[in-house]
Design a protein around this ligand. Structure first.
Ligand code: SD4
Length: 331
């Protein structure tokens, strides 16, 4: 080895720095994900709640045709966004306190590129606007009127998202319950988060919601926040969150789950540890439903929630099923 090369490599070594597949990383940040005992499973798609079953179908039709995980998660969650009967995502979503439906969404690919929109009105598929932010701008997140204008510039049509059913329910809430703190609607389920690994072994994720029913105008939850509602690291795995966004943001939830997988935890263990951290950081746990879903680079999935009731849709070459996640507390 030439003297100069030797000196620079020993200097780097003394700083505890080495090259990894992704470039520079400190030695303590090395990927410690366990090698699978069986062959890596791919493709696989997972998504939150029962509405994930239909969303997975759309995603799976792309994955099995060798399309990218990115295309799969975008097309998958669009199904839920466009479902007017679903009261927590996209069209038909519950409005804010003043009767306006405001949507949050984000998307992240295997190259750690990401895009997000928040507090977006009058656009049926915010996930596709988030993808345009990722692919067509130097930014990560655009919010409010700016996001709406951006969507029109990109050719998205204007649409009234407040269905008659959602309007009637909001009017009833306004008349009788406005002074009560709105609760996360766990009966009707909420946010859809979707994670996929494609035939090439690349991971992507998407997350989209109308957020906390009857929230304060301008409120944004975890769902469009990279690291909170969604995080993807193609060397390790991906995670997404559902439930009370305020709690998820406080622990940078999805990033935490991915980092725990980096430390060698299984998807289930990582989700459980993140849930335990949320529980440890909150004095009032009443109604604090949060669920995490994770998929690692080996194609293994897992989920866990604070309270019973969280489930997720799982699809691979062998099966398509709804899985009940583990949980800490009964209601
Ligand atoms: C949010 N995690 O905005 C989302 C979903 C939600 O009622 O609150 N649904 O916090």
């Amino acid at each position: 080895m030439k003297r100069r090369t030797f000196l620079s490599s020993t200097a780097l070594a003394s700083l505890g720095v080495l090259f990894t597949r992704s470039g520079f990383a400190s030695s303590s940040e090395r990927n410690t994900i366990k090698q699978p005992s069986s062959p890596i499973k791919k493709p696989v798609v997972v998504s939150t709640w029962i509405h994930g079953m239909d969303a997975n179908k759309a995603a799976w039709s792309l994955l099995k045709a060798n399309k990218s995980a990115l295309d799969a998660v975008e097309q998958g969650v669009r199904v839920t966004e466009s479902d007017a009967t679903n009261r927590s995502v996209g069209l038909g979503g519950n409005p804010d306190r003043d009767g306006n439906v405001t949507l949050d969404a984000c998307i992240m690919n295997h190259e750690s590129e990401c895009g997000a929109v928040a507090c977006l009105q009058n656009i049926e598929n915010p996930i596709s606007v988030a993808r345009k932010v990722m692919e067509g701008t130097p930014h990560v997140m655009i919010v409010g009127k700016g996001a709406e204008e951006f969507a029109y510039e990109k050719g998205f049509p204007k649409k009234n998202l407040l269905t008659d059913e959602a309007k009637t329910a909001w009017e009833k809430w306004k008349a009788t319950e406005e002074l009560k703190k709105p609760e996360i609607n766990h009966e009707n389920h909420d946010t859809i988060g979707m994670l996929a690994i494609d035939e090439d072994g690349n991971l992507s994720g998407a997350c989209t919601t109308s957020g906390w029913a009857y929230k304060l105008p301008g409120r944004v939850g975890d769902s469009p926040i990279i690291g909170a509602g969604l995080f993807v690291d193609n060397e390790i795995g991906a995670a997404c969150a559902t439930g009370m966004g305020e709690a998820v943001i406080r622990i940078a939830g999805s990033h935490t789950v991915v980092e725990l997988m980096r430390q060698g935890k299984t998807p289930n263990e990582a989700c459980k540890l993140a849930v335990e951290r949320i529980i440890a950081k909150h004095k009032d746990l009443k109604g604090l439903q949060v669920g995490f879903l994770a998929l690692n680079k080996n194609g293994e999935a897992g989920g866990y929630s604070t309270y019973a009731g969280f489930n997720y849709a799982y699809t691979d070459n062998a099966k398509a099923e709804l899985i009940d996640a583990g949980y800490e507390m009964e209601w």
